[in-house]
Design a protein around this ligand. Structure first.
Ligand code: AMP
Ligand code: ZN
Length: 492
């Protein structure tokens, strides 16, 4: 595929260090609060990227951290620790907060069909590794101790890489909150690798280290977790655009200094979900969650559909009206798929291949998911049989993960179910032993009720009555097909 690389500012042919295998890293959530739907926009787009690479035939090893320590209110190492802030807010321990919000994050991911990465590593589970890498950086002369903390010395680098093609507005978000100068830093870009008790006396989680009892900086966690589980050569690093600076910049600095060679080939940054008042952010305290969307009556997958309709390198404006439009379009799409006949035999492999190639080409152009969605409608309009259309939609859904066929099946079921008949043979939904009436094409409750009456008559061995109803329906242009436990009617 062709993918925009924010390190080179170009759309490039995606390549990997080991042919056929992608080492992929994703910055995970800071678990001091619920993920908001802005965070989840990033995870949805990263999920589609991973699934598209698999669809292309790559094997993908995806690694994600859980930030449960070290992320301060400002990404530039100042302000209060975010986890501590969360724990105080809820009067709980930091570890309780971390567990609760990690579970909540994965519940949200499940509701949005976001796959769990192969490796999920909480930062607090890998402290020894961080200490080892920080020691290595000190040994190599890339770090120094000052005022009890260990800092990375950016002056030792030939080139301190900064992604400079993002909006200043985007980049400033992380460093804006509560900026204060740290007198221990030798250079303004230097950053903390290890904090000791000299800085935050009330830090809840602390570990012994060669530099005193303390805790790791945020940036070192991602470098170490990736180097441990992805190896020395990373193919693809993902995150929201606010992570580009200073977080990703500092990850590059410390990883390459430690390894002594180039580290990550390809950088993928998802732009922000914004509201009228700007970027949706956890620290502002007012944000939208998946549970809130559910409370408002939206299917979380309608939000996924909303995200896929726009390109990941453009800001996306959230409003109820925009989401309503997407939810309406998603519902209509499902209805159109539900109108396809699922019992029409085998798909034509040539049709499936033809559409698959088109999808690969369209979505493979810098993860153009909105063209992927357009492709769904093209399939529905295609002069192909229903079985082939359904097979193509199912194939695309390996990437889009909109549960197209499952939702369509549920829709068919819903349309076909008629009210329980007065005689009491329960219908409603298919429960063992109950009889179902389904139809093809436009629904008609009156016809469904007659079909059901006929079924009751047959059950009561009143075949004359059953035949009478059949004839009456036939005269009205309705044909009935009986299957075990159900009858399907259609207009002929
Ligand atoms: P956090 O939990 O704050 O560490 O953020 C988790 C992920 O969400 C990171 O990749 C952020 O860059 C990303 N992110 C934060 N805010 C937004 C937003 N409004 N829109 C899209 N992604 C975001
Ligand atoms: Zn990270």
């Amino acid at each position: 595929m062709y993918l925009y690389n924010s390190a080179t500012h170009k759309k490039e042919l995606f390549q990997t260090h080991t042919p056929g295998r992608v080492e992929m890293y994703t910055c995970g959530p800071t678990v001091y609060h619920f993920a908001h739907i802005g965070n989840l926009r990033s995870y949805i787009m990263e999920d589609v990227l991973e699934k598209f690479l698999r669809y292309e035939g790559y094997e993908v090893n995806r690694v994600m951290n859980i930030t449960d320590v070290g992320h301060l209110a400002s990404d530039a190492d100042t302000g209060e620790d975010k986890m501590l802030k969360g724990a105080k807010r809820e009067n709980k321990s930091v570890m309780d907060i971390a567990k609760f919000y990690t579970d909540a994050f994965f519940d949200d991911c499940a509701a949005l069909n976001i796959k769990t990465p192969e490796v999920v590593q909480p930062a607090t589970g890998l402290i020894d590794e961080f200490i080892r890498v920080v020691s290595g950086l000190l040994d190599k002369g890339y770090a120094y101790e000052a005022g009890g903390n260990v800092y990375f010395d950016t002056s030792k680098l030939d080139h301190y890489y900064v992604f400079n093609d993002h909006d200043e507005e985007d980049l400033a978000v992380g460093v804006r909150e509560g900026v204060e100068e740290d007198a221990n830093k030798r250079g303004k870009n230097d950053f903390v690798l290890w904090f000791t008790k000299s800085k935050f006396e009330d830090q809840a989680l602390k570990w012994d280290s060669p530099w005193g009892v303390g805790y790791p900086g945020w940036h070192i966690e991602c470098s170490c977790i990736s180097m441990k589980f992805n190896g020395e050569y990373l193919d693809l690093h993902c995150g929201g655009v606010d992570n580009a600076f200073p977080h990703h910049t500092n990850e590059i600095a410390q990883s390459e200094a430690y390894l002594g060679h180039p580290w990550c080939r390809q950088w993928f940054h998802v732009h922000h979900l914004n509201t009228n008042s700007g970027k949706m952010s956890k620290s502002k305290g007012e944000f939208l969650t998946v549970s809130l969307l559910k409370d408002w009556g939206y299917d979380p997958l309608a939000y996924r559909f909303f995200c896929l309709q726009s390109h990941y390198r453009k800001g996306l404006v959230f409003s109820r009206e925009n989401l309503d439009n997407a939810a309406g379009a998603y519902k209509k799409l499902i209805r159109r798929i539900a109108a396809l006949n699922p019992d029409q035999g085998a798909a034509d492999p040539a049709v499936v291949r033809q559409y698959r190639e088109r999808f690969l080409e369209l979505v493979g152009n810098d993860l153009n998911t909105s063209m992927g969605i357009t492709c769904l409608y093209d399939v529905l309009k295609a002069p192909a049989d229903d079985a082939s259309k359904l097979a193509v939609l199912d194939d695309f859904d390996r990437v889009l993960s909109l549960s197209l066929l499952e939702q369509a099946a549920a829709e068919r079921q819903k349309l076909a179910v008629v009210q329980p008949a007065p005689s009491g043979i329960g219908l409603g939904s298919r429960v063992e032993g109950e009889y179902l009436v389904r139809h093809k094409g436009e629904p008609d409750p009156e016809i469904s009720a007659l079909v059901l009456q006929r079924a009751h008559a047959k059950q009561a061995k009143n075949f004359a009555e059953a035949d009478r109803i059949r004839d009456e329906l036939k005269a009205r242009g309705i044909e009935i097909t009986d299957r075990p436990g159900e009858s399907v009617w259609e207009r002929i």
